[in-house]
Design a protein. Structure first.
Length: 402
């Protein structure tokens, strides 16, 4: 109740009390002045008591409404916490299953879980299991050359050093994830979020992701990158629900992780129980690897697609020989090409005609094209002259940690 309303009510019963004290001596009762004043004081006290009772009732009503709202908020928080625990349990089970499967191949060693954390955090023994290679020996590194992104301060490291740094990052919890926006072109409206792994060296310097992924895939370590990224992608979907945004979340997975049915089973089950999350997830796969392992990947891709998950293929350029029909039946809805490669491909009228023809074939299959790694306005101007649906890169928003 407002202060003004209190003042008005007090003034009202105060006026009634004064009027009673002044008028009683002139009534047929002919009361003396002292008695009239006492009766007026009684009226004033009675009004004050009624005022206090009314005020307390109003306060009680407001408190009850506040408690009801707090109870509703508590129930919402508990529901959210329960869902978050389910997600953590699914991701942890995925990592635990993956590590146990790999350890079983090497030796019959049990993997303990830290009782102080209730299994919510991977302990050192499990981390050691995760970083054991299933391919070549860890000290030898991969046997094929890796792609070195130009200008990175750690380009000079050998593949063996990258592998050792990655194993140390997994062991010491330095596998993070970053998020940056993807927008529609030319409107620049937010349409999806891109989640990428971020691997830190001991001095907190970011390791070059293309080399880390190449080394991890060759050494059987890629599951340690894919697990946290999958978890962060699911978190981003849920955050978008809270903000009332209808955006998808795109994140990379290795074909090896997708085919690991034992370790990935918990993720399938979780998405089957939460299709509203699966409908917002887009898994990015390397295009050439998908074409090579299309038959092996068909079952896990179909199973995730039943929960609404769709796929994006990453290619170094837009090749006119893309298997568009196979992509359509494999639930592929996006093709991601570096923006610089698209601009280079359209350097002549003939090349532009081939690019547009390929783009038309993708359109007929309801597959959209993403121009990736757009970092400056000059590159964007060239991209806007091409038949591109979406763009993503630092130009459209800062890269932040998930």
């Amino acid at each position: 109740m407002s202060l003004i309303r209190h003042i008005l009510i007090a003034a009202l019963y105060g006026a009634v009390a004064i009027a009673t004290a002044l008028t009683l001596p002139y009534t047929p009762l002919a009361l003396d002045r002292a008695t009239a004043i006492m009766i007026g004081a009684g009226v004033l006290m009675f009004g004050a008591v009624l005022h206090e009772v009314y005020s307390r009732q109003v306060r009680e009503t407001l408190l009850r409404e506040e408690l009801t709202a707090l109870a509703a908020d508590r129930d919402a928080v508990l529901t959210e916490l329960s869902r978050a625990r389910s997600e953590v349990k699914a991701i942890h089970a995925h990592l635990t299953g993956w590590a146990a499967d790999r350890q079983a191949e090497r030796a019959a060693v049990s993997v303990p879980v830290d009782p102080h954390t209730g299994g919510a955090r991977i302990d050192l023994d499990l981390t050691d299991a995760l970083v054991q290679p299933t391919g070549p020996a860890a000290t030898d590194g991969p046997t094929h050359p890796s792609a070195h992104p130009s200008g990175h301060p750690l380009d000079g490291l050998s593949d063996a050093s990258i592998l050792e740094q990655t194993r140390a990052a997994v062991r010491h919890d330095r596998i993070l994830a970053t998020v940056h926006p993807g927008v529609s072109l030319p409107q620049r409206k937010l349409r999806f979020l891109v989640v990428r792994p971020k691997v830190l060296a001991e001095d907190r310097t970011e390791l070059p992701l293309p080399r880390v992924r190449a080394v991890a895939e060759a050494s059987g370590l890629v599951g340690a990158l894919d697990g946290p990224v999958t978890f962060r992608a699911i978190q981003q979907v849920r955050e978008s629900f809270k903000r009332g945004r209808t955006v998808s979340v795109l994140f990379p997975l290795s074909p090896a992780t997708l085919q690991d049915t034992t370790a990935f089973r918990e993720t399938w089950e979780f998405l089957a129980e939460n299709p509203e999350i699966g409908q917002r997830l887009v898994i990015e796969l390397p295009g050439h690897a998908w074409q090579t392992d299309e038959r092996a990947l068909r079952l896990p891709m179909d199973r995730l697609a039943q929960s609404g998950v769709r796929y994006c293929l990453r290619y170094p350029d837009l090749n006119p020989t893309l298997p568009v029909e196979a992509m359509q039946t494999a639930w592929v809805r996006l093709v991601r090409i570096p923006g610089a490669a698209l601009i280079e491909q359209a350097d002549s009228d003939a090349a532009l005609a081939i690019l547009e023809e390929t783009r038309d074939a993708l359109d007929r299959a309801a597959i959209d094209l993403i121009a990736a790694d757009l970092d400056d306005e000059a590159g964007l101007r060239d991209i806007l002259d091409l038949p591109v649906d979406f763009g993503e890169g630092r130009l459209f928003g800062p890269v932040r940690e998930a």
